[in-house]
Design a protein. Structure first.
Length: 259
């Protein structure tokens, strides 16, 4: 029996989510990342958004939880992967040099399906592997780090970047990132909001010693931006820089940002 997942605006079931995925009711919004030294926009994170026809916006935490509880995470993940590859390729054709990060659940990494689909989507879209970042969420839920590391090694050989999300939230650690041979570590917004800049600096030093690039998430003030830059973070992301938006609105924002 499928577990029931409730949202604040009412009940939501797997059939509704499946229908939303099949009918393109979901959309990908993007949030930029900047290089903290040059200030240039270098990448975006693709974020799934769902506006229900009668209930309005559904919080991502709710529909992702539903997807993981019912097995729809594989369909949801494929939707996000396909759209991120398409968006990234479209931008390349327009001359925009931006990498695109797609969120991937540990549940997806436990099957061959994700890796088969990743290869297929890169081929079908024509997106260069170097323009894609696979962002692993909640790394503590990976069941077998050895198996997952071997699979992620293969896609890194293609040129895809592997990133570990949520550091500082309890969902990931430097050790877990190293165990899957990640090339990037993302500091969780809770770590930035906590303003423990010594801890941030220590995390950056450990990650960079392990050969990882460090991205600070959840930057909401100029002070936070300056602090993560001073701590040695490589990239930054957050509302102070730009909120997530649909790709067209982001393109308009980027043109203004570049002027």
């Amino acid at each position: 029996m499928e577990r029931e997942v409730r949202v604040a605006i009412g009940e939501l079931d797997a059939q509704e989510l499946s229908h939303a995925i099949d009918t393109h009711e979901l959309q990908i919004h993007v949030q930029p990342q900047i290089d903290l030294q040059s200030g240039e926009v270098v990448a975006v994170e693709g974020l799934s958004r769902w506006t229900h026809p009668t209930r309005g916006p559904i919080p991502p935490t709710d529909f992702v939880a539903l997807a993981e509880a019912t097995g729809l995470i594989h369909d949801l993940g494929l939707f996000a992967l396909r759209e991120c590859c398409r968006i990234g390729r479209t931008w390349r054709e327009r001359g925009l040099d931006l990498a695109v990060a797609v969120n991937v659940s540990p549940l997806q990494l436990q099957t061959d399906r994700f890796f088969d689909e990743l290869e297929r989507q890169l081929s079908d879209s024509g997106l260069a592997p170097a323009d894609l970042i696979v962002e692993v969420t909640e790394a503590e839920r990976i069941a077998d780090y050895g198996v997952v590391a071997g699979r992620l090694d293969v896609i890194q050989e293609w040129g895809v970047t592997v990133s570990i999300d949520d550091f500082g939230s309890g969902h990931s650690s430097i050790e877990r990132a190293l165990a899957v041979h990640a090339q990037e570590l993302k500091l969780d917004r809770s770590l930035i909001a906590g303003a423990d800049w010594e801890a941030v600096g220590d995390a950056v030093a450990l990650a960079q010693e392990g050969g990882m690039r460090v991205v600070a998430e959840g930057i909401e003030t100029r002070e936070q931006l300056e602090q993560v830059r001073a701590a040695g973070c490589d990239r930054g992301q957050g509302y102070f820089i730009a909120r997530p938006s649909d790709p067209d609105a982001f393109t308009d924002w980027l043109q203004s940002f570049l002027r």
